[in-house]
Ligand binder design. Structure first.
Ligand code: ME8
Length: 507
């Protein structure tokens, strides 16, 4: 069966991860969890370990690059575990399974004539690991990150990228949604219109990389493959290209998530590399915006990194997941602020959702000894009948904020049902049937919320599920789980601690 395949960039392991790295990985996790609730899915992330940037970081720490990477990888895995990220594969570019594929691809391109020997003269930005011709520099600096560039003059191997310009243009024309959001699509077609130059894909002035295969006539005897050529191939090396079973099941990827600063690599260079070896381009590259701090992209090398470990400790990992996906439409930049996190935490999570669970279960305890009354199918059941497919579609279209807004319609409706139908009055006036009906709707609605929120807040959703006594199957397919009446009469609920205990506002 064809499997839904979602990837994140593989992260440079030049230091500890920051909140931006957690962000893309959490988004991929939400997608994968949603896809898994309706079929097969594969979610892959990992680390980009070669190149000058990593070598420099290791040297500054007085370590070999390999020892440096080996010591840091657990830190990244720890972060993803802390944020309840459930990837299927974590690839490191220093693994033999990856190096083998990179060399095989290089050899295949050499044989077809898409790789040839030439001379590179121009500039190089170490921080972005990018070659820049003189004409592209901005005031003599890297046009992407604004840092100083270094002059390179080397005999290098080149990839015949220019040859694919026409095919790229046609691909962009025929698939106007293959690069999203639209602004990035437009930016990429503008670059295409200027024309593409062949790309240097080896480096001979340093050695932390995958060696150019021996079958290639090696210029200096120690050339290594350019880190981006190496890194992009992670998406298929982990599928065991060319003939692995995963390759057949998963390629082309359904969604490749990247930050907008690396859209060019993924939408202009990557498809050309794939076509050169006879593989199709991914179905969608989504280049999302940046989390910013005082208007600047948060990033390790800018020294304004926000520590995601400390944040999870303070607010809970699931609350952060919620915040990151709810705060801005996916694609746009948004500015990070603790005030905003606390505000959303206390209002959306604490008041709307947490109190709804607490109030519902404490009324059930008070009036019905915590036992779920017989199922009823009232007005809410009809109104929200299609909520599951709606939320699923929105998530799979990467409209996470809209998906959460749709889920919150149910949260609001349940809170309103309590306020309007006043269970305390029903109890006092001994309107037992109406009280039963309302309590059932609240519990069943909460069960739906736990299922729908599980991709976003897996751990908190499980806690809701446990308090509801709803059984084992929160991960069962949505199709069967989201049928009104799933919560059985007589189920014993167990009110527990507050889901989102109140936080003091930031002063
Ligand atoms: O570029 N806001 O790695 P990298 C949102 N190794 N997302 C952010 C972010 C921010 N402030 N900062 C980082 C590389 N990210 C290459 C990729 S892929 C074949 C090779 C996220 O460590 C975002 O996804 O610089 C961005 O593209 C990625 O981290 C860059 O991580």
């Amino acid at each position: 069966m064809r499997s839904f395949y979602v990837t994140t960039p593989i992260y440079y392991i030049s230091g500890d991860p920051h909140i931006g790295h957690a962000y893309t990985t959490i988004v991929a996790d939400v997608l994968a969890r949603t896809a898994r609730a309706g079929g097969e899915a594969r979610f892959q992330t990992g680390t980009d370990e070669h190149g000058q940037k990593v070598a420099d970081a290791a040297a500054a720490a007085g370590q070999t690059p390999q020892a440096w990477c080996d010591a840091l990888v657990p830190r990244w895995k720890e972060l993803f575990a802390l944020y309840n990220v459930q990837y299927d594969d974590f690839i490191r570019t220093t693994e033999p399974r990856h190096e083998r594929v990179v060399q095989a691809v290089f050899e295949k391109m050499l044989a077809s004539g898409d790789v040839y020997l030439g001379k590179y003269e121009g500039w190089y930005c170490v921080d972005d690991e990018t070659f820049w011709p003189q004409a592209k520099l901005v005031e003599g600096k890297c046009p992407t990150c604004g840092r100083a560039v270094q002059w390179l003059s080397e005999d290098d191997w080149f990839f015949r990228l220019s040859k694919y310009t026409a095919r790229l243009k046609e691909h962009f024309r025929a698939h106007p949604d293959w690069v999203r959001p639209r602004a990035v699509y437009n930016e990429m077609t503008a670059i295409l219109d200027e024309g593409l130059e062949d790309l240097s894909i080896s480096r001979s002035n340093f050695d932390w990389g995958i060696p150019v295969p021996q079958s290639a006539e090696n210029i200096s005897g120690k050339a290594v493959i350019y880190v981006w050529f190496d890194a992009l191939l992670n998406y298929i090396s982990a599928l065991d290209w060319p003939d692995g079973a995963q390759m057949k099941q998963c390629w082309p990827a359904n969604v490749q998530l990247v930050g907008k600063e690396i859209a060019r690599f993924h939408t202009l260079i990557w498809p050309a590399m794939l076509w050169s070896i006879g593989e199709p381009a991914p179905e969608l590259v989504f280049a999302h915006g940046w989390i910013t701090l005082e208007g600047e992209k948060i990033g390790k090398s800018r020294g304004n990194a926000v520590d995601p470990f400390a944040l999870a400790e303070r607010f809970g990992a699931d609350s952060l997941r919620y915040f990151l996906l709810r705060e801005a439409p996916f694609g746009s930049d948004f500015s990070y602020s603790e005030e905003k996190i606390v505000q959303r935490y206390n209002s959306d999570l604490g008041n709307d959702l947490g109190n709804l669970l607490r109030r519902s279960l404490s009324m059930l305890a008070q009036y019905r000894e915590s036992l779920v009354p017989p199922a009823v199918s009232g007005e809410l059941a009809g109104r929200f009948a299609d909520l599951g497919p709606r939320v699923r579609d929105l998530i799979l279209r990467l409209q996470f904020r809209e998906a959460l807004e749709a889920i919150w319609e149910l949260v609001t409706a349940l809170n309103r049902a309590i306020d309007e139908r006043k269970p305390w009055v029903l109890y006092k006036e001994e309107q037992g049937a109406d009280l039963d009906a309302l309590l059932y709707e609240l519990c069943e609605g909460l069960r739906w919320l736990a299922i729908l929120l599980a991709p976003f807040m897996p751990e908190r959703a499980r806690e809701m599920w446990a308090q509801l006594g709803a059984g084992e199957a929160i991960d069962a397919g949505w199709e069967t789980a989201l049928r009104w009446g799933g919560l059985a009469a007589g189920t014993l609920t167990t009110p527990g601690d507050a889901l989102f205990p109140r936080k003091e506002p930031v002063r």
